[in-house]
Design a protein around this ligand. Structure first.
Ligand SMILES: [Fe+2]
Ligand SMILES: [Fe+2]
Length: 289
């Protein structure tokens, strides 16, 4: 077994996702996923129920009429959105606490991840790629989860990972390259292996795996959206960034394949701040934001 797989297996045993989220993942993975079964599972957890109601009634979704009924909330949000929201809320606590090391903090990674998630969602709505349109909630979850490998490595490897952070800072090299040199794998690979074991959908963990690849021609759509979103949010300098330098040709190909041409990029940037503010309000407390 490779080192990254060994670590992912030990993380899966040590950091378990709540049973109710596992149930939601099982139910939403099925082709026959139905609102009744999903709302029944959520109803068994009063804290999650309250979060789902807060979500459906938030400005992020903008429904005119409020609801106090879980089944109604599940129907309104839809199966994929429920999966994204419940998983994102349940992993938020992993970003809580910890010490600040140089420019790194767990909260900084959370803020960066949320920003990339918000941009991923906007990209699916604004880009000229028809296949991306139905993926908005999966894309947002991919963005929120894309750097969870940093958090998982830092929490489990501790001093060994602090050295990785120091190498990246002192030598001015991207974090994933410092990880490759010191550990033999990157946080993108680690996250992908853990998300697979947590039974997240394959397009999501595959998208997370490629987010630092230089060649994205063969990456899946969520991977392309996530990488592009990381670029588009970089100028905002939100939280702890971990950008890869993608060669100009690859970037041009990425832009074309997502149909992000003309005024679409400017349009994305102008809509980002308002959407980010709604997301921060929605996820307030998820990682002590
Ligand atoms: Fe990353
Ligand atoms: Fe990132």
């Amino acid at each position: 077994m490779r080192k990254v797989e060994e670590l992912a297996s030990s993380i899966k045993d040590a950091i378990t996702i709540p049973i109710v989220i596992q149930e939601v993942l099982e139910l939403t993975a099925s082709k026959d996923a139905n609102a009744r079964a999903i709302s029944k599972a959520i109803s068994h957890d009063p804290i999650l129920s309250a979060k789902v109601l807060k979500t459906v009634n938030s400005s992020f979704f903008g429904f005119i009429f409020k609801t106090g009924d879980i089944r109604d909330a599940v129907v309104r949000l839809g199966v994929k959105q429920i999966r994204s929201i419940t998983v994102a809320m349940s992993i938020g606590k992993l970003f809580d606490g910890g010490e600040s090391l140089g420019g790194y903090s767990r909260l900084g990674v959370w803020e960066h991840s949320l920003a990339v998630g918000v941009m991923c969602e906007l990209v699916t709505k604004i880009c000229g790629c028809p296949e991306a349109k139905p993926l908005s909630s999966d894309a947002m979850l991919t963005g929120v989860l894309h750097d969870i490998g940093i958090i998982l490595a830092e929490q489990t490897l501790k001093k060994e990972y602090h050295q990785v952070l120091a190498i990246s800072k002192e030598e001015h090299i991207p974090l994933h390259l410092a990880e490759k040199r010191a550990l033999g794998f990157s946080h993108a690979e680690l996250a992908s292996e853990v998300l697979k074991r947590w039974r997240l959908p394959k397009p999501i963990y595959e998208g997370v795996r490629v987010h630092h690849d230089k060649e994205l021609e063969h990456a899946n759509l969520l991977g392309k959206i996530c990488t592009m979103s990381e670029y588009l949010t970089a100028a905002r300098k939100i939280g702890f960034p971990d950008l890869t330098v993608v060669p100009r040709d690859s970037f041009g190909h990425l832009q074309l394949s997502l149909g992000l041409v003309g005024k679409k990029v400017a349009n994305l940037r102008s809509r980002f701040d308002a959407r980010m503010a709604e997301a921060q309000e929605l996820f307030q407390g998820a990682a002590a934001v």
